[in-house]
Write a protein that binds this ligand. Structure first.
Ligand SMILES: *Cc1c(COP(=O)(O)O)cnc(C)c1O
Length: 222
C-alpha cells in the first residue's frame, strides 16, 4: 500500500496520482472525500478518470461528506465506465443519526472484484456475507441495532425531503459562512478556500490563543 499526501491545506495533485499509477499496478485507490485533519475536499472530477484509466477500483471514504457533498455512484466521470465503485460512510455525521452504523455501497464492478477473491478472514468486512441479508434481513444471525436502523431511515427521509442539490448548496454556503466568520476573529482556515470541504472547517489559531484554554472556554456550559 502506498499513501500519497499533500501539503496541509492543499489537494493531492492529480499529476502525482497519475505518475504513481503509471509506475505500479494497483487494484484499488481509496480517496478521503473530506479530509478530517485539514478540511480539504478531494477533487473527484480529476481523480476518478485517472484511477479508472489505470483499471483500479475507486473506493471513497465519505464519512463526513456523504449526504452533504456530492457523491453519486451513477455519475459518469468523463466516460460511462468512470464511476465511483465503493462508498463507505457512517451514520453519525452529515446524515445526522447517532453513531453505530457503518454504511457501504458497492457497484457491480466492485462486487465482481470481490467474486474474484478467495476467502476473506475479516467476516464483517466481507460484502459477500451481507448480500443475502440485504435480500432478506430475517437471515441476519444476530440482533440488528433496530433503533439505529429506524433512526437512519428517518435521517435519510429528512435528507431526501430537503433534496440533495439543496443540501449540497446549503452546506457549501454554511461552510463559507463559518470560515468567513472565523477569519473575522483572526482564525485561519487550513484549507485553501477553493478546495475547502463544505462540511468540515479546520482552523489555525492566531498566536495569542492557547488551544487548551480556548477549548475549555468553548466547552463550558452556561
Ligand atoms: C469522522 C471520520 C472518520 C472516523 O469516523 P469515526 O466513526 O468517528 O471513527 C473517518 N473518515 C473520515 C473522512 C471522517 O470524517
Amino acid at each position: 500500500m502506498d499513501v500519497l499526501q499533500a501539503e496541509w491545506g492543499k489537494q493531492v495533485s492529480p499529476d502525482e496520482v497519475e505518475r504513481t499509477l503509471s509506475e505500479h499496478t494497483y487494484k484499488a485507490v481509496t480517496i478521503t472525500h473530506a479530509d478530517t485533519s485539514t478540511g480539504v475536499a478531494a477533487d473527484l472530477d480529476a481523480l476518478v478518470p485517472i484511477i479508472k484509466k489505470h483499471g483500479a477500483l475507486v473506493i471513497l471514504d465519505g464519512v463526513c461528506a456523504t449526504a452533504a457533498m456530492e457523491e453519486d455512484m451513477s455519475k459518469e466521470y468523463g466516460s460511462p465506465n468512470n464511476k465511483i465503485d465503493v462508498i463507505l460512510t457512517g451514520s453519525q455525521k452529515a446524515i445526522g443519526v447517532p453513531p453505530g452504523l457503518a454504511i457501504v455501497a458497492f457497484n457491480q464492478t466492485a462486487l465482481n472484484a470481490r467474486e474474484e477473491m478467495e476467502h476473506i478472514p475479516a467476516y464483517y468486512c466481507d460484502i459477500k456475507n451481507w448480500i443475502p441479508i440485504m435480500h432478506d434481513p430475517s437471515k441476519y444471525f444476530a440482533t440488528p441495532p433496530v433503533n439505529l436502523i429506524y433512526a437512519y431511515d428517518e435521517g435519510m427521509k429528512l435528507v431526501m425531503e430537503e433534496g440533495l442539490e439543496k443540501r449540497y448548496a446549503r452546506h457549501s454556503a454554511f461552510g463559507k459562512g463559518v470560515r468567513g466568520a472565523l477569519r473575522e476573529y483572526g482564525m485561519t482556515p487550513l484549507a485553501e478556500e477553493d478546495v475547502a470541504a463544505s462540511t468540515l472547517s479546520c482552523i489555525l489559531y492566531p498566536d495569542s490563543v492557547n488551544d487548551a484554554e480556548f477549548r475549555s472556554v468553548l466547552g463550558k456550559k452556561e
